[in-house]
Design a protein around this ligand. Structure first.
Ligand SMILES: [Zn+2]
Length: 117
């Protein structure tokens, strides 16, 4: 009943997809808020622009930074667990095939593990 089994499933794809849509949503909300403020509150005065323009800019800039950070990958250079040949890939890779021994290798936490076939 109280047995907690820790599954080592790769959650990166889910996290990336979630983070991507989240940053787009944040950007959209800021952009729309800025648009509404500059169009309604301002009404020709500079108050709307003072508050609206930074929000518009933030709505455009924040998602770019968040997405860029999201897709920033670290290079992994580890020996193949089967044949020892050095394989270079990125930590965004979940599975690859060794160019030397053609063994399927799983990539988890920047480490290589031989996949059970
Ligand atoms: Zn190999």
């Amino acid at each position: 009943m109280g047995e907690e089994t820790e599954t080592a499933k790769p959650r990166r794809t889910f996290d990336s997809a979630y983070g991507f849509s989240f940053s787009i949503a944040v950007g959209l909300v800021l952009f729309i808020a800025g648009l509404i403020i500059s169009l309604t509150v301002g009404q020709g005065t500079s108050i709307g622009l003072i508050f609206g323009i930074p929000l518009l800019a933030a709505g455009l800039i924040i998602p770019v930074f968040m997405v860029r950070d999201l897709f920033k990958t670290n290079e992994v250079s580890e020996p193949c667990p089967n044949c020892g040949a050095t394989i270079r890939t990125s930590d965004a890779t979940l599975q690859l095939r060794c160019p030397d021994c053609h063994k399927v290798i799983n990539v988890r936490e920047s480490r290589f593990y031989i996949a059970e076939e």
